[in-house]
Design a protein around this ligand. Structure first.
Ligand SMILES: NC(=O)c1ccc[n+]([C@@H]2O[C@H](COP(=O)([O-])OP(=O)(O)OC[C@H]3O[C@@H](n4cnc5c(N)ncnc54)[C@H](O)[C@@H]3O)[C@@H](O)[C@H]2O)c1
Length: 357
């Protein structure tokens, strides 16, 4: 079978993770890169040559539209600044390319809905980069929660206490803007919130408050939220990107009436509690997979197999509807913060530009 021919659009900080993960997958090759910076394209081409056994020349494009017109490309990875994700993905789907799309998938629900419509209509595969879902520990928690091992879920929480210094915002002008980034919930908090929703489903109501500390950026530096689920379960969100002097912790807590899982540490790889009433060796099993962080490669392996027609892999893709649900929940929190009232879901319209004063 011919390897899947992938092109990377956006060669910034996260690009190296995509290049090395593609290089680790036998069924795929990086065929092209695109960025407005020639230097960054050069860096990613060099990285591909050192990380993979393939020594073919990588085609370079400064205009993604020209890349999308190349019939030799099967799939594109959208890893540009967040404000361009949806526009590029929509055009890629219209050009009949499969898409790997960085989070957040869009900065408006209208664009998210358009992507979903196009992907369905054209039967194209989309993989949303909520890659933590492919980390073995997170998959195990999903299996336990969905399989009922924790009993009825009563309460959950996610916490993010990290530090993003001034230099982080100065390094790229798009960061911290409502037009191109969204706030810290959309950029950093989104992974933990996505896990929470993967485990608990869609909330029916969201209450939130936001807090801004840095005067040089538009978006929030901290947020708190309360999510209510149809079952009555409640979840808390506590997130900030101004913890001093550096990253402190992330945590995920799920409490059921038959067990509790609490993980933390700077990289969500520390077990604080792993108790399941009728599974005395559950924690021992979890510790065996605790440090397996192969999620990016697994994310690509799943996409490649789905594109090769494997139905199990297709079912394991993180689809656009999942990405939309996480967006919708964060947007509901934003709307709640603006109106100082709880927001009921679903919501159909929201764009981060509404947050601009
Ligand atoms: N999944 C994750 O864990 C994860 C981690 C980090 C970043 N991200 C996401 O990846 C995206 C990129 O983040 P980053 O940290 O690499 O940002 P970055 O600023 O380092 O890189 C963005 C790149 O996009 C390029 N770009 C801008 N406009 C372009 C255009 N029109 N055509 C082609 N390229 C263009 C820029 O030149 C730059 O090289 C963001 O959306 C971010 O949210 C995801």
């Amino acid at each position: 079978m011919r390897p899947l021919s992938l092109a990377l659009i956006g060669c910034g900080a996260i690009a190296a993770k995509h290049v090395t993960s593609i290089a680790a997958c036998p069924g795929a090759k990086l065929a092209a890169v695109c960025d407005v910076s020639a230097e960054r394209m050069e860096q990613m081409s060099l990285l591909w040559r050192s990380a993979s056994s393939e020594k073919h020349e990588i085609i370079r494009f400064t205009d993604y539209k020209q890349l999308l017109a190349d019939p030799s490309i099967d799939a594109v990875v959208v890893a540009t600044i967040s404000g361009l994700h949806a526009q590029i993905a929509i055009e890629a789907l219209m050009a009949d390319k499969h898409v790997v799309i960085e989070k957040p998938i869009a900065l408006s629900l209208r664009e998210a809905d358009e992507m979903i419509r196009l992907a369905d209509e054209r039967k194209l595969k989309v993989q949303v980069c909520h890659q933590l879902r492919y980390r073995p520990l997170m998959m195990k928690i999903n299996e336990l929660v969905k399989g009922g091992a924790l009993g009825s879920i009563l309460n959950a929480s996610v916490k993010l206490r990290i530090h993003r210094p001034l230099s982080y915002y100065q390094s790229s002008g798009w960061r911290g803007t409502w037009q191109h980034d969204g706030g810290m919930l959309l950029n950093q908090g989104i992974h933990a919130i996505d896990l929470l929703l993967w485990y608990l489903g869609s909330p029916k109501r969201v209450y939130g408050e936001l807090f801004s500390h840095y005067p040089f950026k538009e978006t929030e530096d901290a947020a708190v939220g309360i999510l209510t689920f149809p079952s009555g379960a409640k979840a808390m969100i506590e997130a900030n990107s101004i913890t001093l002097p550096n990253n402190l912790e992330q945590s995920l807590f799920v409490l059921g009436d038959k067990g509790v899982i609490s993980i933390g540490g700077p990289k969500l790889d520390q077990i604080d509690r792993w108790y399941i009433e009728d599974q005395p060796f559950a924690e021992e099993e979890a510790r065996k997979i605790l440090l397996d962080h192969s999620e990016h490669v697994e994310m690509y392996r799943t996409l490649i197999e789905a594109c090769q027609g494997n139905p199990a892999a297709e079912a394991a893709l993180i689809g656009l509807s999942e990405g939309r649900r996480t967006l919708e929940t964060i947007f509901a929190l934003y709307l709640s913060a603006v109106t100082a009232e709880p927001k009921s879901l679903p919501i159909h319209e929201f764009c981060t530009l509404q947050m601009k004063p």
